[in-house]
Design a binder for this molecule. Sequence first.
Ligand code: PRE
Length: 242
Amino acid sequence: APVEPAKPAASRLDDVVQRGELRVCSTGDYRPFTYRDAAGAWSGIDIDMAHDLADRLGIKATIVPTTWKTLVADFNAQCDIAVGGVSITLDRSKQAFFSTAYVVDGKTPITRCENAARFQTLQQIDQPGVRAVVNPGGTNEQFAKQNLKQATIVEHPDNNTIFQQILDGKADLMMTDAAETKWQARQHPELCSVHPDQPFTFSEKAYVLPKGDVVFQQYVNQWLNLALHDGTYARIAEPWIG
Ligand SMILES: O=C(O)C(=O)C[C@]1(C(=O)O)C=C[C@@H](O)C=C1
């Protein structure tokens, strides 16, 4: 019998184009990357980037709300891509692919400015009586639990109001990604980001993609590479990071 030419494997790339819709999971609680306001309107660097990806495919983007705890499960059940300051982790890499990275980041403290000198090192922070506030479900919680043995970890479930806890004196500091500390410190002059350019950890932000779908991953990586170099990312990020 004649040999059939190899058929390319089915890809999510064809699905989304046929559907005319890119389903984008995002938490909406992590500025400058993703934000959903009280009226339900979405904004943020990665929300605009997802719209740019959909535009370049000639389709629309629909944002699907998720949480940090359920991010990968919700993505696998409901979305084509998950965006919004998501850190590449080996744990998540068991259940999904990542695009190439678009931001290098790492954990650093944010605290009331008068306390910034006291909280320079992890050793200074991990002391009895120091209260570190943490949002559950993501890499911040993991980092705090791994590194704080003496200090008190205070959980606050809402990342949109968590910085108010420090302003109100209910917590002394938060250790989170440097990009977020910079953005929050710009909004709240009483808060200072502690050495955001020398964070405690190395991490990278990337977009979550369906596991095993190298065709779609390749497409997204090519789009992202263009967007990072043709000024698209800079134009989208400018209003958020100055
Ligand atoms: O989990 C991740 O990938 C994140 O980068 C998200 C994460 C977190 O680590 O909790 C990072 C900073 C924000 O304060 C909220 C969420």
